[in-house]
Ligand binder design. Structure first.
Ligand code: PEP
Ligand code: MG
Length: 580
């Protein structure tokens, strides 16, 4: 029995087996009972076979098209699937450590990655990217049928306690909190954030445990006390029994069930919550979580793993039409491809994804540099618009002339199709500081703005989130970020443009109050987050949120802002009910 002490941020006692979540790698580690070891190994082998088939298909397709020599790259990845250091090692980890296959793949991948990165030969060193792609594909195929953390957790027997390096709201919102009794995090700095998250979820929570997620083996029984800040590892049976008595608590509201009807704050401000969608399969979540429409369709996901110039107009048209018809009568906002240059020549999407943080030929810039690609997509969108209302949105806008050029292209296509220009609303994503600062200049050329905080934060703060050395500086509460959001909202209001927000920030129950306070009323987020954000919004007073935001915007540092929000939260909780 061992005791760790952190900071209790949400009262109550939780008892269960540890499930470890490493957000940094986005992989969950959980124990599997001895009788499931073989089925986990079989699942891994099935994922390998599926990956091999997918890679063969891609290789064949690429070899026939333009840039055919790139097909060989995928052949190298197929060979890796047979490398005993990958699948063989992963199998051994499953058997020895009795953990889930996705985690075992991650561990085996780390070993291989290190090996390749230490090689002298630059050609071999380059292969580290292929290892990453192959491991990512295996994990993706393992997730098949168990799509998100919610489904993964449902495979675990009995109650559990989540131990994470850090817990972001978008992941928290997707967990099944009737199974997870409470959570603890290594990170301790974001107390406001974690506290509001935990209290919104109504679960006990402890933060600031430093390296608990590394030290605790998946499946170890733990007791978490959110009042004292203590985490007991491998407690004796009598200690567990006593804790279970203290753990008895009122049933909490789940995060899954949608509510009916429009969403308003306590003081009657109408707030709309839409969904960010990547794949058509995800549309089933729209009803499940009560989304009012699709606020962001990331169209580039449909080209995943393919050269962009092989995605035909007809194929796109039927995809968009399908999307529009499934979502109708609710609105759909489709974003044109947000890719970088590698995708055009046929490199894998995951690789493009990793390079996203590099400012370069990406998003609308890429579309304008390859006008035939953009034109093909716009033609498909115009045809699809006959089947329901759509809004078209351009990503990574940095200057007015880009929007003018793209809009002129769209107008031409609409005219050629005999349609009316006004039927398709055109918007700009505001996700680069230049666009935010010049929002008032962009406004006359568009019909709406959508703030993309994921990119806006990283470009404003010059922080590449994938670089461990600076990723802790990625701070949504940085005064510069909040000021830019306010500026865009105000520029929109001055020109009577709707302004929505679709970055991760929207799905964060800890931040959504502040965003409402900044005057935003339209949000789009990962569908699983909608019920919990709805709950927070309905308990919120927009007038109080505005006062809070007014004060917060005068503070100089993110830490001061966080502290102020934490104190305000504690004060309002004391007014209404005890803190727990
Ligand atoms: C954003 O940048 O906030 C956004 C929503 O776009 P993506 O995450 O797809 O870059
Ligand atoms: Mg973006």
């Amino acid at each position: 029995m061992e005791r760790l002490t952190g900071i209790g941020v949400s009262a109550g006692v939780a008892v269960g087996r540890a499930v470890i979540l490493t957000q940094r790698t986005e992989v969950m580690r959980f124990p599997i009972p001895p009788d499931r070891v073989e089925s986990e190994v079989l699942a891994l082998r099935a994922a390998r076979d599926q990956s091999r088939q997918q890679l063969r298909d891609i290789s064949a397709r690429v070899s026939q098209g333009p840039g055919g020599e790139l097909g060989a790259l995928f052949d190298a990845q197929i060979l890796m699937l047979d490398d005993p250091m990958l699948i063989g090692n992963a199998e051994e980890i499953i058997r020895k450590e009795r953990v889930n296959a996705a985690w075992a793949v991650h561990r085996a991948y780390e070993g291989l990655f290190e090996l390749f990165s230490s090689m002298e030969d630059p050609y071999l060193r380059e292969r580290e990217n292929d290892v990453a792609d192959v491991a990512g594909r295996l994990r993706m195929n393992l997730r098949h049928g168990a799509r998100g953390p919610r489904e993964l957790l449902s495979q675990i027997d009995g109650p559990s306690v989540l131990i994470a390096d850090e817990l972001t709201a978008s992941v928290a919102a997707q967990l099944d909190w009737s199974r997870v009794q409470g959570f603890a995090t290594d990170a301790g700095s974001r107390t406001y954030h974690t506290a509001i998250l935990a209290r919104s979820l109504k679960v006990p929570a402890v933060v600031g445990l430093h390296d608990a997620s590394l030290r605790i083996a998946a499946g170890t029984p733990v007791i978490l006390d959110g009042t004292t800040g203590e985490l007991v590892i491998a407690p004796t049976p009598d200690v567990i029994e006593e804790a279970q008595r203290r753990a008895a608590r009122p049933k909490r509201r789940g995060t899954g069930a949608p509510e009916a009807g429009p969403i308003t704050t306590r003081d009657g401000v109408r707030i709309s919550l839409e969904a960010n969608i990547e794949l058509l399969e995800d549309l089933e979540y729209l009803n499940e979580y009560g989304a009012e429409g699709v606020g962001l369709y990331r169209s580039e996901f449909m080209v995943s793993g393919r050269p962009l110039d092989t995605v035909t107009e007809d194929e796109q048209y039927s995809m968009y039409r399908n999307l529009i018809e499934q979502v109708a009568p609710r609105p759909v906002t489709i974003r044109t491809f947000d890719l970088d240059e590698r995708q055009v020549s046929g490199r894998d999407h995951q690789r493009a994804e990793r390079r996203r943080t590099r400012p370069g030929l990406r998003g609308l810039r890429l579309g304008l540099a390859n006008p035939e690609l953009l034109r093909t997509q716009l033609r498909a969108l115009v045809r699809a618009s006959a089947h329901g209302p759509i809004r078209v949105m351009f990503p990574f806008v940095t200057a007015v002339e880009e929007v003018r050029q793209a809009r002129a292209m769209l107008t031409e296509i609409i005219a050629a199709s005999g349609g009316r220009t006004s039927e398709i609303k055109v918007g700009a994503m505001i996700e680069v500081p230049s666009a935010a600062l010049a929002a008032d200049l962009l406004a006359p050329d568009v019909d709406f703005f959508t703030i993309g905080t994921n990119d806006l934060i990283q470009y404003t703060l010059a922080v590449d989130r994938t670089d461990d050395r600076v990723s802790d500086l990625y701070e949504p509460l940085h005064p510069a970020v909040l000021r830019l959001i306010r500026l865009v909202r105000r520029s929109g209001a001055r020109h009577r443009l709707p302004v929505s927000l679709c970055g991760e920030m929207a799905s964060d129950p800890a931040l959504v109050g502040l965003l409402v306070g900044l005057g935003l009323t339209e949000f789009s987020m990962t569908p699983g987050a909608i019920p919990i954000v709805r709950q927070v919004v309905e308990e919120l007073s927009a007038a109080e949120a505005r006062r809070l935001a007014g004060h917060v915007l005068r503070l100089a540092t993110a830490a001061e802002i966080e502290q102020y929000l934490f104190d305000a939260l504690a004060a309002s909780a004391i007014q209404r009910s005890p803190l727990s």
